[in-house]
Design a protein around this ligand. Sequence first.
Ligand code: ADP
Ligand code: MG
Length: 699
Amino acid sequence: MIQNLLQTPIEYLKGVGPNRAEVLKKELNIRSYRDLINFFPNRYIDKTGFYKINQLQQNTSEVQIVGKIVHMKMVEQKRGKRLVADFVDDTGRMELIWFRGHKWIKENLKINTPYVIFGKTSYYNGLFSMPHPEMELVSDYKKNLRTAMQPVYPSTEMLQKKGITNRVIMKLMQEVLQQTGLKFSESLSPALLSEIKLISKAEALFNIHFPKNQELLAKAQFRLKFEELFFIQLQLLRKNMLHKQKIKGFNFEQIGEHFNDFYQNHLPFELTNAQKRVIKEIRSDMGSGAQMNRLLQGDVGSGKTIVALMSMLIALDNNFQACLMAPTEILSIQHYNGLKELCEEIDISIYLLTGSTKTSKRREIHEKLESGEIDILIGTHALLEDKVKFKNLGLAVIDEQHRFGVAQRARLWKKNHIPPHVLVMTATPIPRTLAMSLYGDLDISVIDELPPGRKPIKTVHRFDSNRLKVFAFIREEINKGRQVYVVYPLIQESEKMDYKDLMDGYESIAREFPDFQISIVHGQMKPADKDYEMDRFVRGETQIMVATTVIEVGVNVPNASMMIIESAERFGLSQLHQLRGRVGRGAEQSFCILMTGHKLSNDSKTRLETMTATNDGFEIAEVDLKLRGPGDLMGTQQSGVLNLKIADIVKDNSILQLARNYASEILKEDPNLSRDENQVIKNAYARLVKNKTIWNYIS
Ligand code: ADP
Ligand code: MG
């Protein structure tokens, strides 16, 4: 059977053998016939068309031309000789050049005889040339069978070194396709195929390697991309469905005293409509009887904290505990202080647990958690330790999700027999479609509205040479009573150097502003010192905060209205946006100044221009996605999406939508894929899961 044949170890393929098999495994992770067939070209050399010499352009890459050599000569160079041939067609003249193999060429190439040549052209002094062209007599060209579009496969240095060239891979591919024939099992149902007009699996696989023409190549690519995205979406949606069916959640039926009292008497401001909508979504999730698994996206400053608090109050009203986990100590402390203040007049007990909580306090917390005396526990990763046991945890809120891995999310669950509801909050705006494919198993809420009265932050780019003017501006703002952040990059590989930059910067600011108080915070400080310095700034005792990116996440000082970002070209876009979100939190006009040197890469320029042009986190995320691709954007935790074999989550957005719609439609009608017409899909799905070709990147 074809399935067995596809499992055949790659060393048994004619032309492979144990040595090459070893290299293929190591370099390309190709172990079986199936793996080889699923190793797709990343581009094609199009030999379907011919160029005339007068059609050549400086940026044309590989071209095919028919013409004749009219003359050949040797040219002496400092570094050896080259052989140059004048090549003409009826539109013009160009040169063919050889640096090696002169003797053979002179003896074998025919003058004044029509050739098909193929290769890359270069342009110099008004003349096109082609070094080391592939050449074939027109008379032979007409005789030979060929595929017009030649596949070019991804390669590595090691593959080249071991002689596994593109030509070799092509040969192997021909061999494996011949052996397996065109007998691949179809993986999509006939209904789908005809409705979306997809070509068959076998045809697609053949044409992805050896396309007969552009049109068939496009069809093959579309079919395979659709299939890949379809099965991923199918998996995610099924998971979400099963989750809702099977994973019972606590049913928070009542909205009680805590929530109502807070809502009616202690809300410090009117909620935005977006906040109200999101709270409603969360309320209905937690009252549905299934476990909530919701991602809350909201730009920096959109007011996620109050949403978290009110959700936790619902848990309390149903006699459950809640916790709020944040990625850094500073942020946990801020949440703790902030929530304490908000809840001052309602009778609940809130505790803080971090890595630096003293042992005695820690013990007290452990006991009070188990006895149920603690209502809300706030903290860092320390919450995940085994000793931390809740009496009845009903809701876990995780702030700034992108810093926590999926595994950590899951660990919170283990704290109960019935898992608590989970609300994950992130300020990294993820474009919706990307979020869909990354977190297809989560429901998504979005706060897409900032609290009223916020003025957009004015952002400018200044060169280091204008520093004096920037200093003058800092002085002006501080004299108006404002506070200022000065941020330095700290990137791990060069930590020592960055640390020196930071200290130098601190000193020059101290010299420039002897009359102001200055705080400094960086990652190498002891937590207690950090807190002390932060605290002075929060209380307004210091006017300037010199810091590394430790202040990136969540820090809230409304009176700070200005941020200087040093070496701004070294930060990524989403990081710049996060940093900038620290200002613009009060009523005053805020400013962000991006400082750089004069030498800037194109990407850096795009980043700086984007930052000065917009405050919209989603817009910024889209640009970031285009610049960096999804893998970098999300960090390595979610790099599963990078394992896509053919689809590109960014570029193939519309196919993704289509695939998701179809997957969802099919599951709605036939959740277990038990109907006859869905057997093909069910079998393919089972095979994919078994062969682990859909990547289990979500839990
Ligand atoms: P983030 O979403 O970045 O976590 P926060 O929850 O820290 O944002 O809120 C940012 C600031 O906006 C806080 O000072 C908060 O008190 C304030 N805020 C939140 N919601 C509103 C609102 N509806 N009206 C006015 N201010 C609000
Ligand atoms: Mg926050």
